[in-house]
Design a protein around this ligand. Structure first.
Ligand SMILES: [Zn+2]
Length: 374
């Protein structure tokens, strides 16, 4: 019988890593970082129960760090094989893995300054250089067609509708002539959300592994567009600004789409919109370029003259710190979208601190507004 070992995402929702073994060959599906509490992060430092050099292949469902962020550490510890993903996931990883490494390096520097760490001197889990070397191990697989990894493993990816490039995987495992079909859900998105195609439904499986971070929650009723229009209109009328903390991958693009649509429908005024996150700006470029992920509505808009459905009428993409600081000088009503989505750091903290003491301003909170499209 083939064997599956859970090396993460068990009793918690991050650190997804599934080791699949058949006829002595080893395939790792996803290679995520544990994220969240200090205790969880500590698990990234524990030795894997398998020597990374003994793994033959890695296969990815999507680019989020809790599914890919351990890759540079796996490579540093001896993994030399290919990392299979579709093109969009690869290109997102080119942005996300060095960014994750940068955060690791910052954490180590902070620990060194404050004089606390289990390591002396404090070390990052991996460096930016190591994350870049890992990117050379990526190999492209088709977006939707079957792909034979080896005589033991064959995969067919399907749209998962979660983020750009996200797939659930139909893995056919062959051992001693007997086939077993295992479906790995990865993270699954919602139906009827803008930009991306809806998730496809599995039709068959011998075993189904389903990730269910929000599986015990109902989606709140009401329309995202109505609520967003209401917040923007009320705030603009008062002469204030709307500050929106947003994840760089997925959420920012969805938000831009809705703002543009509301402007087109003349339901909100044309305000300056600042996208103040270099990561979000880069990711938006990838969202626009991967047409294979776009749903019919988005494709129709692109081909019918609305060439940039993710851009509002007056949008400012601020990459540099200087440009970010200049947003402080804007005193007329505006919309500021910035990272991080959980307000754990980044430029959003400065915008909230500066704008929210002004009672005319507002923040579209991630829990009420954004929660509607998670
Ligand atoms: Zn995800």
């Amino acid at each position: 019988m083939p064997k599956i070992t859970f090396l993460g995402a068990a009793r918690t929702v991050t650190g997804s890593k599934y080791l699949v073994e058949a006829e002595g060959k080893k395939l790792l599906v996803d290679c995520g970082l544990f994220e969240g509490s200090k205790e969880l992060k500590q698990r990234n430092w524990e030795k894997l129960p398998i020597d990374p050099a003994a793994i033959d292949w890695v296969l990815l469902t999507h680019a989020h760090i809790d599914h890919t962020g351990y890759l540079p550490r796996l490579a540093r510890d001896g993994y030399r094989g290919p990392i299979y993903s579709n093109a969009a996931t690869h290109e997102l990883c080119e942005l996300l893995l060095p960014d994750s490494a940068h955060l690791q390096e910052e954490d180590a520097e902070y620990a060194a300054r404050k004089g606390y760490s289990a390591h002396k001197p404090p070390l990052p889990l991996y460096t930016v250089e190591e994350s870049q070397a890992t990117l050379n191990q990526f190999r492209a697989i088709p977006r939707a067609d079957a792909f034979a990894i080896s005589p033991q493993f064959s995969v067919r990816p399907h749209d998962a509708g979660h983020i750009l490039g996200s797939s659930w995987l139909e893995l056919t495992i062959t051992e001693n002539g007997k086939q077993t079909l295992v479906v790995f859900s990865g993270d699954v998105g919602r139906y009827d959300q803008p930009i991306l195609k809806d998730p496809e439904s599995p039709t068959r499986a011998d075993f189904l592994l389903c990730e269910s971070t929000y599986g015990d929650r109902d989606h709140p009723p009401g329309s995202v567009e109505d609520e967003l229009a209401d917040i923007v209109n009320r705030t603009a009328k008062r002469g204030g600004s709307v500050v929106i903390p947003s994840f760089a991958v997925g959420r920012t693009q969805t938000l831009m789409y809705y703002l543009r649509k509301l402007e087109e429908q003349q339901r909100i005024p044309h305000l300056p919109v600042f996208v103040d996150s270099p990561m979000a700006i880069n990711v938006t470029g990838l969202y626009m370029s991967h047409h294979e992920d776009h749903d019919a509505d988005f494709t129709k808009q692109e081909t019918s003259g609305n060439h940039d459905p993710l851009n509002c009428h007056e949008v400012h993409m601020t990459r540099t710190v200087e440009d970010s600081k200049k947003i402080n000088d804007v005193v007329t009503p505006c919309i500021i979208i910035s990272a991080s989505g959980m307000i754990t750091g980044g430029r959003i903290k400065h915008h909230l601190a500066r704008r929210l003491p002004d009672s005319r301003s507002s923040s579209a909170s991630t829990s009420s507004l954004v929660g509607k499209w998670k």
